[in-house]
Structure formats: C-alpha cells, structure tokens
Design a protein around this ligand. Sequence first.
Ligand SMILES: *[C@@H]1O[C@H](CO)[C@@H](O)[C@H](O)[C@H]1NC(C)=O
Length: 323
Amino acid sequence: MSAALRAQLFLFLISLSSRTGLSRYIEDNDASDGLYSLLSLAQKRESEDFIFRRPLRCLDMLAMDGHFTFVASRPQLACAAFVIAEPDEVIRLELSDVNIDCGAGDFIKMFDGWVLKGEKFPSIQDHPLPVHQRYTDYCSSAAPAVSSRSSQNVAMIFFSVHSPDSGFSITVRKLHNPFPCNIMSQSPEGSFTMVIPHQHRNCSFSIIYPVEIRLTELSLGQAKSNTISPKTEGWSGCSGSGDYVGLLGGNSLDTSKMFPVADLCFSISGLAQMKIGCDNSVVRLVSSGNYVNRVSFQYRLLENNELPKTQENSLDNNICTVE
Ligand SMILES: *[C@@H]1O[C@H](CO)[C@@H](O)[C@H](O)[C@H]1NC(C)=O
C-alpha cells in the first residue's frame, strides 16, 4: 500500500466514523419511545442508561463510546478496528459474549496504540511499556484477558474468526487523561497545548494529514531567545539540549521513522510556522524532567495547491515537502 493510499484509508476511516457510519446505527431501544426521538444525539450520549450500539465491521473505526458486536458472515481472518478518542482521553476496551474457537486459530487481540504495516503509534521509543505488554491476547492465557486500557487516545483490536456466526462484543469507554502524552489528532485542524511536568519522557502529537503548524507558545523552563531554526547542514540543532520541540514530517505512522523538519530549543512567545506536506506531521516535545515544558500550537490542512505535485510518481515516496 502506498503512502498516499494509506492516507486515503485514514481519511476514509475517519470520515466514515464521524459522519455516516455511527449515527445510522443508533439502536432503537423502543420504537414507540417518543421521548428518545426528542433528545439530541448529544443528550442521548450523556444520559447514563443510553448505550450506543451498532455492529462491528471487519475493518472499522470507532470514535465514540459504545457497544459493538461482530458476527462473522464467512471466515474473516484479518480484521482490525481502530479506536480513537479525544486528545485528553484514554480508552478502555472490554470484551463480552465471546464466541470464538482459539483452538481453531481464531483470535482477538487488543493493542495499546495503532499498528499499520508493522509501524506503531506511539513508537516503541515513546511508549512507556515494552511492545509485548501493549498486546492483550484473549486466547493466550488460561484465564482469558477481556479488558485493556490504553496509554493514549488511540487503541486497536485485531481479530480473526474462522466460522460463520462466531463473534464477540466489545465495549468502548473513554476515560479522562489529565496529562496526555502521545496523541493522534482526529481532525486535520485544531489547536493543542502539550505539557510535560517534570518528567523525563517524550510526547508526540501526530496529525495524519499534510498541515501547516503554527507554534503559538513554547516554554522550556528557561527563556533564552526567539528563534526557529530550520534544519540545515552543519547546524547541530538542539540535540545537545535535553528539552526541545521537534517538528517531524514523513509518510510513516511511526514517529521514529520520520525525519526532523525543525527543532526549537528556546522559549518563544511569538509565532513560528511551517508547512509540512507529508502524510504525517508531528510535534514532539522532548523533556529532561528538569522543567515544566509546555508547547501550544495550531494546525490546519494544507490546500491542494500547497501540496507537493510530484509525490505520486516519485521514486522515493519518503520524500515530502517542507516550507
Ligand atoms: C527522548 O528523546 C531523545 C531524543 O530523541 C532521546 O535522546 C531520549 O533518550 C528520549 N527520552 C526518553 C525518556 O525516551
């Protein structure tokens, strides 16, 4: 799958989940219940006893709390559901009514993050857990593992079911996360403030669209000057500094495989902006733990005429443009 195709898949999945797919499947608990039809969708979601329900597809994107049921219509051996929440939320997944045959090769695995073509978000460098602990495998243990909680606003379910009519249900619940680190944006435009309070860790905010990013505020413990330094040869960048913001671009989901576009290691209060014409654009905050580091930024989708033109036929599709 080419990078451009992958981007289209994301766009498709995201538009599917946020527009057509979900609202159509709201369960009609009681057709004669006129009250429900008077409530807006938002009110329904708030009311405690309302639980959003719909079937789960073999390739799916879930962006809301709810109860999703998969029933195989034929052998469906390579299925995946991508789950995404708001930036300041983590995701709890809980399996129920599981009717699969682990002995026959069926499986259900939950993953703390997203994986696509072997690339992981958050990257193994940035995630607090080793990779094997990020998987929760229903079939692997004596007492089946039925729930998992993500470390960030994305999670995933892989499943493989051989016999028709077998399946399972999954309940998705979102929980508040006061210090989000590693975030996948649901939308190609928005704004965000990332804070790392005295922790030795790195956090990435990933936007899987080509975007213009404007840093509106950057505070790295000690203020020095107002500069944005584009990566140029011979410039050693901020690598000597334990606290900085890196802007990354690339056509990979894994931030460790993306290339640095610019580093900023000085606090700024003015605007610094860059256009990153890649499938994935990332703001990465590197933190030594000595300071409270904080970066605020806004982003918007690049227009067609701002995108690189030769990408499709380029020999190396890892190249994307930066201005
Ligand atoms: C954060 O990233 C920097 C630069 O990539 C790296 O040197 C450092 O080890 C990372 N820190 C942690 C806690 O992973």
